[in-house]
Each structure stands twice: as C-alpha cells, then as structure tokens.
Design a protein around this ligand. Structure first.
Ligand SMILES: Cc1cc2nc3c(=O)[nH]c(=O)nc-3n(C[C@H](O)[C@H](O)[C@H](O)COP(=O)(O)OP(=O)(O)OC[C@H]3O[C@@H](n4cnc5c(N)ncnc54)[C@H](O)[C@@H]3O)c2cc1C
Length: 353
C-alpha cells in the first residue's frame, strides 16, 4: 500500500491534519490506538481569548479564534453535526483586588471584556465581588467530533486501530515504511506519547496533568461557562464539566481522591443549588516549556514530521496549525517561525547522533 502521509494519533491534532490533507486530495492513513483518557477526550473544549490573573490576550488569539470557529463549523457540516457554539465566560471575581483589576482592564480590552448582563447570578451562586463577562469565547463539542471523524475515516479505509510501534517502521531519506505501508512522510500527532519519540524526544516537553469532575447541577443554564478558580462548563445533556488541576509533578495519570474532595468543597461554597458528581476524569496535556506548538518536518530527517505541543490550548491551536502544516506539506508555504519545529534544529540534529 502506497500513500502520501501516515499520521500517528487521532486527537484534536490528528483529526484536523487528516481532515485538511484529505481535503487537499492527499492519500493518507491514520493510526490510533483509541486510548480512553487522552487529553482531547478529557478536555472541556473552551477557547477563551483572555486568561490568567492579568486577564491578557492569549498568543495570536485574534487569528486563532475566528479561524477555529470556521474550522469547526466546516468540519461539523461535513459530519452533519454542530461542533461549536459562541458563548461567554462569566468571571466571578474571587476578591476585591481581582474585581478592580477586571474593571481596569474593561477599558483597555473592550473587544473581549464586558460588564455582565442583567441576570441576577446571586440566585445561583454565592459571590461577593461581582461578575465580569468574557466574550466571544467558543465551546467545542470534542468527543462527538472525534467519534464521527473516526467513523468517517473508517468508511474511507483511512484508519488503522492499533498501537504504532517503531519496531515496524523504517525511515529513509524520502519515504518511510511501516509494515506493508510505504508513505512519503510520517507525521506524529501523538500527544503526550511524543515525549518518547526518538526523533523528537529532546524537544522541551513539560507534560501537565489535569483532572476534572463531571456533575449534574439542576437548574443551571448550559448557555454560559462559569469561572471562579474552577470552571463550570456545559458538557452534554444536563451535565457540566468542572475543573481543572494543573500538575507538573505526578506519578500516575489517575484521578485522585484529593482533587474530587477539593472540588466538592469548592462547589459546596460557590453553588446555591445541590449538585451530584457522576464521573471523574484525568489526563495529561502535551505541554511544553515555551508554550508554543511544535509544527513541521524534522530539520534533518525530512520524511518525519510533527504536530504536537498544544499544551492547554489544543482547541484553538490544533485546527490553525494543522492547516499551516497542510499548506506547508502540499504547497511549500512557510510555518510561523515561532511554531516551526525547525527552531530546535540544533537540538534535533544532536539527539539522533
Ligand atoms: C483536563 C484537561 C482539560 C483541557 N481543557 C482544554 C480546553 O478547554 N481547551 C483547550 O484548548 N485545551 C484543553 N486541554 C488541552 C487539550 O486537551 C490538548 O491540547 C489537546 O487535546 C492535545 O491534542 P493532541 O491531538 O495533541 O493529543 P491527544 O489528544 O493526546 O491525542 C493523541 C492521540 O494519539 C494516540 N496515540 C499516541 N501514541 C500512539 C501510538 N503509539 N499508536 C497509536 N496511537 C497513538 C492517542 O491514543 C491519542 O488518541 C485540556 C486538557 C486537559 C487534560
């Protein structure tokens, strides 16, 4: 079997890369082992344009957010489901200081920061320092997208459900072979497993564990995302995703009793309505020290490529950089220098010697 591109992984990155390469008329095959708790399957699906204590714009959000909206709309149209909606994050200020900081930023950032609408949130939440609104934000329905795209790939005979192993792969100058498959290039969209990839393992990965609770909160509107330290995000049916943690030091990727207790306690203080915890999720974000993605071909081994390092922002970064990588592969267009993996040329040349 001879193809153009062999893609390893079918999370947010592999989904969009396979989508754009197929759209460009390329012959592809995706290999994915369908692990149950990958970063993409556990993510809440929020694209928030301003974050952090200083409430500042995230990297390149002016381009990424509108691009993501169109990308999810178009993929959704192809799959016959709606994958994205525009919504607001309601920022419940946790202290007087944060309330004042938000007020000050209102004038400086009128595009994304607003005073709240007239709903009296005191009916639903215990809060003392006011509520600000961040919009437009996007909320992506990730799991239906992953499932429907998997079915779509399967229908086109473009998917192998198995674990990719280097034992079966040989890299040549201008092609690779994997079992009976010959491909012009192999592109790794393997998320946190990428830290073990012999071609890219010296990239400055900094995997980050995150946990979330799934809970039923009767009476709470699913039209908003609620934030006060924790985020409460509409999940599916009458359920909400509540999280998350950010841990750099961890020994396993399992949900912990400590996180569940902490969330239950915080929700108890914050919510006026009762809630019922129905699930608890954990996964590892493919984060890195630079907080910029790894996109492009290996500077020395040109048959091997990567789309990884999406960290906490895969929902906005994956569609945009999958398209850039596709345009680079198909038309030779440049990748942004601060995302192109060739910025690590020296490190990457060293590691294979
Ligand atoms: C708790 C939590 C909440 C998050 N919330 C958000 C959010 O609201 N918004 C946002 O933008 N981002 C969020 N993120 C980050 C986001 O999930 C990631 O940036 C994104 O999912 C990374 O996608 P990926 O395709 O690179 O990796 P993954 O989702 O990990 O996909 C990699 C795929 O490759 C497969 N694979 C790996 N190795 C092999 C192999 N050897 N053989 C076969 N298959 C293989 C895996 O099974 C998997 O399917 C969150 C992450 C976590 C953990």
């Amino acid at each position: 079997m001879t193809i153009d591109y062999l893609i390893i992984g079918r999370g947010l990155t592999g989904t969009f890369l396979s989508y754009y390469l197929l759209r460009a008329g390329k012959k592809i095959l995706v290999i994915d082992d369908d692990k149950p708790c990958t970063a993409s399957k556990v993510a809440s699906g929020v694209i928030n344009p301003v974050t952090g204590r200083r409430i500042v714009r995230t990297w390149r959000i002016e381009e990424l957010l509108p691009f993501a909206f169109v990308a999810y709309k178009e993929l959704g149209n192809e799959l016959g489901i709606n994958l994205v909606k525009q919504c607001s994050v309601l920022d419940f200020h946790p202290s007087l200081q944060m309330s004042e900081a938000f007020e000050k930023r209102l004038d400086e950032e009128p595009e994304y920061l607003h005073k709240t609408t007239s709903v009296d949130w005191k009916q639903y939440f215990n809060h003392y320092y006011g509520v600000g609104e961040i919009s437009p934000c996007l909320l992506v329905d990730i799991n239906p997208m992953l499932n429907r795209w998997r079915d779509n790939l399967q229908l086109g005979h473009n998917l192998l459900n198995e674990n990719f192993s280097w034992d079966n792969c040989t890299v040549h100058d201008d092609h690779i072979t994997y079992k009976h498959i010959t491909a012009k290039k192999i592109i790794f969209c393997d998320g946190v497993t990428g830290v073990e990839n012999p071609y890219f393992k010296n990239l400055p990965y900094a995997p980050n564990k995150g946990e979330a609770i799934i809970a039923r909160i009767p009476g709470l509107s699913p039209d908003f995302i609620y934030k006060q330290g924790l985020s409460i995000v509409p999940w599916k049916d009458d359920l909400f995703w509540i999280g998350s943690s950010y841990e750099w030091n961890f020994t396993d990727v399992l949900p912990t009793a400590a996180f569940k207790e902490k969330v239950a306690q915080q929700l108890g203080y914050w919510l006026k309505n009762p809630f019922e915890i129905v699930d608890h999720l954990a996964s590892v974000r493919p984060a890195n020290m630079e907080r910029r993605p790894f996109v492009g071909l290996h500077p020395k081994y040109r048959a091997v490529g990567i789309l990884n390092g999406m960290g906490t922002k895969g929902c906005s970064l994956a569609p945009f950089f999958a398209k850039q990588l596709t345009d680079h592969l198909v038309e030779g267009k440049p990748i942004y220098a601060d995302a192109d993996v060739k910025r690590f040329e020296k490190t990457l040349a060293r590691e294979m010697n």
